[in-house]
Write a protein that binds this ligand. Structure first.
Ligand code: NAD
Ligand code: ISE
Length: 357
């Protein structure tokens, strides 16, 4: 079966997904697109030589009975409304991160998915598919460095769009580490604090503080520190180091050129964009999603529940941005529906955020 896909949002990431679905992966065909910028949708059809309908909006695209799966690749703030509408259909849903930009929005999605007979949503947390991060996790899980005590990570962008806000340092950027770290450590967050170091003179966006430092603590006691630096100019880099009881693990940098040593000098290229750095991870996550849809089986990748955990943690971080205080996080147990695809359950407790007194 060829999975028929509708793409909602044809900006940089929407086009990258259309490209991989059309030219790289197997088993899918993009048959419909839409974007609030109609010309952007038309351009995607032209540029990728698609045999696809251009719909005026997400609502009309979602009514097309020939579409098996939708890719929601609009602005983060627009995901919730589209995903909720998509849940009224029988289509599978791949939504880019964040699932929603508020914890209430993420909960509305989870609540609605829980009324269905099976999971249909996968969230684009592609870090879990990166071969370097996976290899690091595999080593960590062998116990070779003992228990993880401290994690140090950096998320560096050369620059950001003019509409990038201070909150987006969390909901758009840190959200990747928020999802990655509890999966990597097989642990749960108990608190988060954002600290603002000296402000960079490279910041152009009103209200944006850059860089920012996030400190997360976990139930097992690991402390995770993440540097978010989005106006770094020199390149795009994601760094990760796990310090254990008896050793350390560092993330290898995949996809870069060779290291040149000459004239008492050493040089190597630095990537400038997420598009190339994570290309293998994007291809793997999307192929896996398509293969599941082809079998009419629920996605096995990051779920709406993972998106909800990320939204709770991001909401706590957004709160900490305001006063630089530690915010406690309390995530209730995972509903059965998200643990076992064959046993849906509506037992579901609301989660809380509490600020340290
Ligand atoms: P972009 O600004 O290049 O494109 C967004 C597009 O969505 C624009 O063309 C805009 O007109 C369109 N749009 C906005 N609201 C819409 C709506 N309601 N209906 C239809 N179209 C709408 O941004 P981008 O870089 O392509 O990012 C898109 C999404 O992908 C964001 O959620 C972002 O967080 C995510 N993203 C994920 C990764 C990743 O590593 N997983 C990387 C980049 C972007
Ligand atoms: C972008 O939206 C992404 O998701 C990239 O993966 C991330 O590294 C970048 O910081 C975000 O702005």
């Amino acid at each position: 079966m060829v999975v028929k896909v509708g793409v909602i949002g044809t900006g940089a990431m929407g086009r990258a997904h259309i490209d991989r679905l059309t030219n790289v992966l197997t088993g899918a065909e993009v048959v419909a697109v839409t974007d609030i910028d109609h010309e952007a949708a038309e351009a995607a059809v032209r540029d990728f030589h698609l045999n696809a309908k251009v719909y005026p909006d997400d609502t009309s695209l979602l009514q097309d009975p020939d579409i098996d799966a939708v890719f929601v690749v609009s602005f983060g703030g627009a995901h919730e409304a589209t995903v909720l509408k998509a849940l009224d259909t029988d289509k599978f849903i791949f939504t880019e991160k964040p699932l929603a930009t508020t914890l209430e929005g993420a909960k509305r999605i989870v609540d609605k998915e829980l009324t269905k007979s099976k999971k249909v949503i996968q969230v684009g947390f592609m870090r879990r598919y990166d071969q370097g991060i996976r290899a690091l996790k595999e080593k960590l899980d062998t116990g070779i460095i003992g228990a993880p005590l401290v994690v140090r990570a950096s998320h560096i962008n050369p620059n950001v769009a003019s509409n990038y806000s201070n909150e987006m340092a969390i909901t758009d950027t840190l959200i990747h580490e928020i999802d990655e770290m509890h999966w990597l450590l097989d642990d749960e967050y108990t608190s988060i604090q954002i600290t603002y170091p000296r402000q960079s003179a490279e910041v152009r966006n009103e209200g944006l503080h850059d860089p920012q430092l996030a400190t997360l603590t976990t139930k097992k006691g690991t402390v995770i520190q993440v540097l978010v630096h989005v106006t770094a100019q020199y390149g795009y880099e994601v760094k990760l180091e796990v310090i254990g009881e008896t050793g350390e693990l560092q993330l290898p940098n995949y996809g870069l050129g060779p290291i040149l040593r000459s004239n008492a000098n050493q040089q190597t290229a630095v990537e400038m964009s997420w598009i190339n750095r994570f290309i293998q991870a994007y291809n793997t996550e999307v192929q896996e999603f398509i293969d599941q849809v082809a079998k009419s089986e629920p996605p096995v990748g990051p779920s709406a529940w993972d998106g909800y955990i990320a939204a709770i943690t991001a909401a706590a971080a957004n709160r900490s941005q305001k006063d630089q205080e530690t915010v406690l996080i309390n995530v209730a147990g995972t509903p059965t529906f998200y643990q076992n695809k064959n046993a849906p359950s509506l037992q579901f407790k609301c989660n809380t955020l509490t600020t340290r007194p």
